[in-house]
Write a protein that binds this ligand. Structure first.
Ligand code: TYC
Length: 103
């Protein structure tokens, strides 16, 4: 026999495919009383690749409900997006807050 594995009496367990998906994190904005709506919409468009309409819907949800999800990503990407949003808000001197939470 060409394959020596076939000569032994070892019974090999069939491989069970267990694709490991990375844990995903929600990137969320928090409402405040001072950040202009237009700034929030532009921020969501720019960092989360949303259309004007999608960004406006997310901004309004945050404005009304206090919190809203801009996107869901693996941890490193979620952390980068959160930093980008926080830096952008700080540079513009707006108190906009961005957080991440496990999905
Ligand atoms: N509440 C803000 C206003 O009335 C708008 C706003 C929306 C601020 C979403 C933050 O994440 C936010 N100007």
């Amino acid at each position: 026999m060409a394959n020596p594995a076939h000569e032994s009496n070892t019974v090999l367990k069939p491989e069970v495919a267990k694709p490991k998906l990375p844990p995903m994190f929600k990137v969320m904005l928090l409402n405040d009383d001072y950040t202009p709506m237009e700034f929030v919409v532009e921020t969501i468009e720019r960092f989360f690749s949303k259309s004007r309409e999608q960004a406006t819907q997310i901004m309004l949800k945050v404005h009304i409900e206090g919190v809203g999800v801009c996107g869901v990503y693996p941890q490193d990407i979620a952390e980068t997006k959160m930093s980008q949003v926080m830096n952008h808000a700080r540079e513009a001197q707006h108190p906009l807050q961005c957080i991440i939470e496990i999905a």
